[in-house]
Structures are given as structure tokens and as C-alpha cells.
Write a protein that binds this ligand. Structure first.
Ligand SMILES: Cc1ncc(COP(=O)(O)OP(=O)(O)O)c(N)n1
Ligand SMILES: Cc1nc(C(=O)O)sc1CCOP(=O)(O)O
Ligand SMILES: [Mg+2]
Length: 208
């Protein structure tokens, strides 16, 4: 998969009435490399419509597009890949369906990270690093200690997620993360493009 540093997930509950596509376009203009459609409440038909619109937007800007949970929707709109969790379809079965498209997997402990790497995942989510209000059925924060473990052992790309904000991102990067993923801090911001530009700058300075 293409190299990435800043990963944004949709979260319309934080939009304050703003349009999904306008919000995600601002994130892209701020430097986001990957957009994931995550929608836990809409009907499949509505999710498909949103996915089509986001596919068009991400194509326009050459940004990677991932669909959360719904492999059928991901394939239907020719997204670049799918993100699955520990309770979703297992990696081996997902791979049979999506072929060489990107598969990302959430992990919350090193055993899950090892299993994802051995099974051929393209990247892993590492979290939740801090407390988050954006996910209902979330495990306790894994803290930056888990970032440390993963960065020392796992060779596939990993992205830190969960409660990451401008005020704590330094801790995440100090622990060894080079890629970060957020919902509320990006899509809930008043100046989405500005916030993303700030994160992009922080990430690129860390990478130098
Ligand atoms: C990049 C990234 N990491 C983790 C998750 C969480 O996925 P999952 O555990 O399947 O939980 P839901 O998002 O489906 O509630 C993610 N979506 N993206
Ligand atoms: C969707 C999701 N997955 C997590 C995981 O740890 O797997 S944490 C999370 C929510 C991230 O949202 P925010 O940036 O607003 O905290
Ligand atoms: Mg899921």
C-alpha cells in the first residue's frame, strides 16, 4: 500500500451539521492520506451512497479510501480496501474475498498484532491509546506502552488510534508511532483543514 501518515475516519455525529463530503474534502486539503468510511447507524443502502461519494472524492485527490466493516460495500464501490476488527470476518476469509486490496485490522495487544502480521494484513490499528468517546464497545486504553511494543517488534505499517489530540500527539510519536488516525479531533474541529495541516507538519518534522 502507499505510504501514509495521517488517517482520518468519518464521524458524522461530530460534524455539527456539516456535509460529509465537504468535511472530508477539508481533511484531504489539510493533508490526510487515508479516509475511512465508518458508519454504525445508517442503512446499508445509505452507507453505499456515502461510499460512492467518498470514492469519487478520494479518486479526485488520489487519496486512499477504506471502508469499515462492510466488505460488500468496499467491493461495490471499488474502494482501496477494508478495515476489520477482532470480531469481524477473520483475515483469511476476508483475504479470499478482497484479493489484493488493502486489509487493515484493529489490534489491542501484541498477540493480535503478531497474528495480523503473520496472516498477511497490510496494516494494523493500535489502540485505543487514550480514552475515546467515539467508539461504544471499546476496550480499556492500551496506553503508549503498546505502541512501544509494536514499534519494536512488528514490521508491517501500524497506525495509532483512540483519543489522539493535538495536546497528546507528542506522547504517541515519542513512543514510536509514525502514523496516526483520528475521528473527533479532525471531523469535530472548526477548522478541519487547519488542524490537519498542523498534524501533517508535526508528523513530517518527526519523520525528518
Ligand atoms: C484504523 C482503524 N483502527 C481501528 C478501528 C476499529 O475497528 P473495529 O475494532 O472493527 O471497531 P469499529 O470501528 O468497527 O467500531 C478502525 N475502524 N480503524
Ligand atoms: C474507531 C476506533 N477504534 C479504536 C480502536 O482502538 O480500535 S479507537 C476508535 C475511536 C477513535 O476516535 P477518536 O479519534 O475520536 O478517539
Ligand atoms: Mg469493525
Amino acid at each position: 500500500m502507499k505510504e501514509f501518515k495521517l488517517y482520518a475516519i468519518t464521524g458524522e455525529e461530530f460534524h455539527q451539521g456539516r456535509d460529509l463530503i465537504e468535511v472530508m474534502e477539508q481533511a484531504i486539503l489539510g493533508g490526510v492520506d487515508i479516509i475511512q468510511l465508518r458508519d454504525k447507524t445508517s442503512s446499508k443502502r445509505e452507507i453505499l451512497q456515502k461510499a460512492k461519494a467518498l470514492r469519487e472524492l478520494t479518486h479526485k485527490y488520489g487519496v486512499t479510501f477504506i471502508v469499515n466493516d462492510h466488505i460488500d460495500v468496499s467491493l461495490a464501490v471499488d474502494a482501496d480496501g477494508i478495515h476489520i476488527g477482532q470480531d469481524d470476518l477473520p483475515l483469511a476469509e476476508a483475504r479470499k474475498i478482497v484479493g489484493d486490496k488493502i486489509i487493515g485490522i484493529s489490534t489491542h495487544k501484541i498477540e493480535e498484532a503478531r497474528e495480523a502480521e503473520a496472516g498477511g494484513a497490510d496494516y494494523i490499528g493500535v489502540g485505543p491509546i487514550f480514552h475515546t468517546n467515539s467508539k461504544v464497545d471499546v476496550v480499556d486504553p492500551v496506553t503508549t506502552t503498546y505502541i512501544n511494543q509494536v514499534s519494536n517488534e512488528i514490521t508491517i505499517p501500524f497506525v495509532a488510534i483512540g483519543g489522539i489530540k493535538l495536546h497528546n500527539v507528542d506522547q504517541v510519536l515519542e513512543a514510536g508511532a509514525t502514523r496516526i488516525c483520528m475521528i473527533s479531533e479532525i471531523v469535530g474541529a472548526e477548522d478541519i483543514k487547519g488542524v490537519c495541516k498542523t498534524f501533517t507538519k508535526i508528523l513530517s518534522e518527526k519523520g525528518e
